[in-house]
Design a protein around this ligand. Sequence first.
Ligand code: SDX
Length: 431
Amino acid sequence: MTDASNTAQLTINGKSYDLPVLSPTAGPDVLDIRKLYAQAGVFTYDPGYTSTASCDSTITFIDGDEGVLLHRGYPIGQLAEKSHYLEVCYLLLYGELPTASALEDFEDRVTRHTMVHEQMHNFFRGFRRDAHPMATMVGVVGAMSAFYADSADVNDPWQREVASIRMIAKLPTIAAMAYKYSIGQPFVYPRNDLDYASNFLNMCFSVPAENYQVDPILSRAMDRIFTLHADHEQNASTSTVRLASSSGANPFACIAAGIACLWGPAHGGANQACLEMLKEIGTVDRIPEFIARAKDKDDPFRLMGFGHRVYKNFDPRATVMKQSADEVLDLLGIEDNPILQVAKELEKQALDDPYFAEKKLFPNVDFYSGIILEAMGFPTSMFTPIFALSRTVGWISQWKEQFSDPAHKIGRPRQLYRGETQRDYVDVENR
Ligand code: SDX
């Protein structure tokens, strides 16, 4: 915990209170209000947590005004270009880039946990074939403690470590199984001879009837998409995981809670919603109609893939994703992809529009990811499951960090109550 460097004064009803000011290594100073209610008998009010720090963290830093994203201090652009997903997983989990031998050992541990308990195959069969893969993932991941009870005790550091590796290793297998189940194809077992991204592609696209060769272009693009989604500070789903964990819930239940929260179209569900929106727009000449709807206060429509609670500049992930979209479509020979053309023109027209400029609405990570994923052969229903499997390491890293604070306690917000004050019960005959 950073020490209070100075204090702020708060005066309420003529009485002054000193609030310690905590100094970060980067970002704004933080007012420590932990004792405010005990001292002054008042709550603070911040329903969307727009000005509230929920924790003390060393994992990821975002500067929304400058469009900066650092993982353990390393810029996302450098990691996307020079690193790969499992190395980024190691960095997020343990705080430093690994030596070659440490990375080899980590990759080997993950590789050897990629299979799931065979009984889980039957678990899938309880779902309808047309279940959204996110529904299946929430259910299956939430039930993992029933299959891996030997790594569910959050008070045992060794079990926390095993659960971490198991989830990073098995989420791609579970996501691929959810996909295969939804299209009526047999599950494909993981292969230890393939790297993480190639293994996922093989589990999704290979069939027993013929050999499947993983395209290295797709594998590199897949790995980069995993890296770009790995962690993002205290977003809604990460905050959900932290809150669920604060009650002592088992790690699998906490990650399932994160998956459920991520599913929303305002959050991780935006990649599916964005591609569906681009397809609804269909052609460049219809873009003004949709921009007008996005600006219309009486129309609930929003440009999916645009805007962000923190970024008031370009989301640095979107910049990398846009470059990757150009590369992948070009390398796949998908010339003049109409959806990509609509996306690029929509971005241009929106960024030229004063409404979006004034409200500092820029493309976010979800704006271009769907275009790449569709070009790779994924249905839109698999976009958010891919976001979820990528973000599992971020959720787990943040979940593990909580245990490093011996003072961590159950999260229990208060409220601004504006309901009825106390009144007596009225018998039904007198109402
Ligand atoms: C992710 O938090 C994270 O880090 C999340 C994430 C991660 O990696 O974990 O980055 C992943 O969730 C990215 C965001 C994906 N969601 C979308 O693309 C959905 C579309 N975007 C929005 O719904 C919205 O921008 C949010 C939810 C992302 C952010 O909403 P805020 O911060 O609560 O902002 P707001 O809703 O208060 O909007 C501010 C203003 C409003 O207008 P006024 O009421 O002030 O007049 O901007 C407008 C909004 O109407 N606005 C939009 C808009 N987003 C905000 N208008 C049109 N289109 C949009 N997309």
